[in-house]
Design a protein around this ligand. Structure first.
Ligand SMILES: [Fe+2]
Ligand SMILES: [Fe+2]
Ligand SMILES: [Fe+2]
Length: 503
């Protein structure tokens, strides 16, 4: 143990985890048999020494590094991963990691640690393992993350929780227990994802990459640095880089799977429909399901901001990751809406990626954030999110009302995040809005060119989706709604209207 060896030995709280004979508090009792020590543990357990502050902090920093790297790796994959379910799951898991990173940073800051040193790489082997994971093809990413890295991190955290003093270091123990719950979610999902997506042949093809990951972890002594070769053995050397031999580059172009066959389609204007008092309320609910599912483009875009904006305070990444996850949840609320209504969205609805594609490839990260803020603060007036919630209520659709209620609440949070991390960087709130407007104006949405180049026909998918929606519910289609045929071309000049195209 390189750090605090003497003290740790005297406290019997090293990586070895050896403990002395338990001192027994013979005859000692609590008042009327109440649980002792606030219910944390018994006296025998509390009478055993635990890890020192120094050793506990050293391990916390290792967990922190691992979670921060997983957060970054998953975030960076969201945009270019075609499979919708993986985009959603990684949006969730990146946020879980961000929450645990925040908790770890807070705890380290409580443990006599200024300066915190949280940006230091704890070991070259750990860095190499995560670099390899970052650059891995998807099968190797799934296997390496869910079968090697996450289990190793969970084991390190569980060992830490068991070795820490349950009373003296209770805030650490509690934090680790909560983190382990989140890691269990990752492992559970990962097991299923691997069994659904990785064949035996693909697993065999990943063995070389998995070997590099394992050897890199071994060289680092495991995630916590506590696994050592036998006495007298030379420390394990670092393996050669495989996938990370060439510098990794983020791919900003959104990819979609086969359920998004017409990703340039801007043939149905959802906003004009929603604000048309002549359209029936239940049809507006269907259009809102579309608007929600289309929010899949926000995680694709926000991931690019997160990846391409280094050197912000950690709170920026935590807040933006939360917002990214909210947007993914909104997309899934739309998916649930379609499924519950019996509408086969992959064949009936054209969910495009034109917004994330345009922003990711034409604007700087700050310009993208400006556009996001401009759009989201535009959702706040009475005609924005409240209107959608009231529409769902008036339609008598409790599921849609629940979704819109929380969509609205989340967007209020996002406006606050925008004020904290974007507006605060601008000369004034007014200029922040004007800059977002200007940045959005310069994004080229090549409606006509996409059509002339054969990328899309901007087909009116609404007619078929609405017909199926009515058929499933056994109602006669409203003739006005059935004939709706307003595209985004018609309001192309009105950027304020167009700006509502996401959110
Ligand atoms: Fe939002
Ligand atoms: Fe939303
Ligand atoms: Fe949104």
């Amino acid at each position: 143990m390189p750090v605090g060896l003497t003290y740790a030995r005297s406290m019997n709280a090293t990586c070895d985890g050896n403990t002395p004979t338990d001192p027994s508090p013979a005859g000692y009792q609590t008042h009327r048999g109440l649980p002792p020590l606030a219910g944390l543990c018994g006296f025998q357990e509390a009478s055993r020494p635990g890890l020192s502050v120094e050793e506990s902090v050293r391990r916390l920093k290792r967990h922190h590094y691992a979670l921060r790297r997983i957060h970054g790796i998953l975030t960076a994959r969201i945009t270019s991963e075609p499979v919708y379910e993986l985009k959603m799951a990684w949006s969730h898991q990146a946020w879980l990691c961000a929450e645990q990173v925040s908790a770890l940073r807070t705890r380290v800051g409580e443990m006599r640690e200024p300066p915190l040193g949280l940006d230091k790489v704890p070991h070259d082997g750990l860095a190499l393992a995560f670099d390899e994971l970052q650059a891995a093809p998807r099968d190797l990413l799934l296997l390496g993350l869910y079968e090697v890295i996450v289990p190793a991190l969970a084991e390190a955290m569980a060992t830490h929780a068991a070795a820490a003093h349950p009373l003296a270091d209770q805030p650490t123990v509690r934090m680790l227990r909560i983190a382990l719950l989140d890691l269990d979610d990752l492992r559970h999902y990962g097991r299923k994802a691997v069994s659904c997506l990785v064949s035996g042949d693909e697993r065999a093809a990943s063995q070389a990459g998995l070997g590099v990951l394992r050897r890199a972890l071994e060289a680092a002594g495991g995630v916590d640095g506590c696994t050592r070769a036998g006495a007298g053995d030379a420390p394990a050397s670092l393996p050669e880089r495989l996938h990370s031999a060439r510098p990794w580059r983020y791919d900003p172009r959104p990819q979609r799977d086969g359920r998004f066959p017409d990703p340039y389609n801007m043939g149905v204007n959802a906003e004009v429909f929603l604000y048309d008092p002549g359209q029936p309320l239940d049809a507006k609910v269907l259009m809102m399901y579309y608007k929600r599912l289309r929010e899949i483009d926000v995680p694709e875009m926000m991931a690019s901001i997160l990846v391409e904006t280094p050197d912000k305070p950690w709170g920026y990444y935590r807040d933006m990751s939360r917002q990214l996850w909210d947007e993914a949840r909104h997309a899934m609320m739309g998916e649930v809406g379609f499924a519950s209504a019996g509408v086969d969205w992959p064949s009936r609805v054209a969910v495009n990626f034109t917004w994330s594609l345009g922003l990711n490839t034409q604007l700087t990260p700050k310009e993208r954030h400006a556009v996001l803020y401009f759009i989201e603060q535009g959702l706040m007036p009475r005609t924005g999110k409240r209107h959608e919630w009231e529409t769902a209520l008036a339609a008598g659709n409790p599921l849609a009302a629940t979704f819109q209620d929380f969509d609205w609440a989340d967007e209020v949070l996002h406006a606050r995040i925008g004020r904290d991390w974007y507006v605060s960087d601008m000369p004034s709130p007014h200029e922040a809005v004007a800059y977002g407007d200007a940045c959005w104006s310069k994004v080229l949405m090549n409606w006509e060119r996409w059509r002339s180049e054969g990328l899309t026909r901007h087909a009116n998918w609404w007619t078929g989706a609405y017909a199926e929606y009515c058929e499933r519910r056994g109602v006669t289609p409203d003739p006005v709604a059935a004939q709706y045929a307003v595209s985004y071309e018609a309001i192309r000049a009105d950027l304020r209207d167009l700006s509502a195209a996401s959110g």
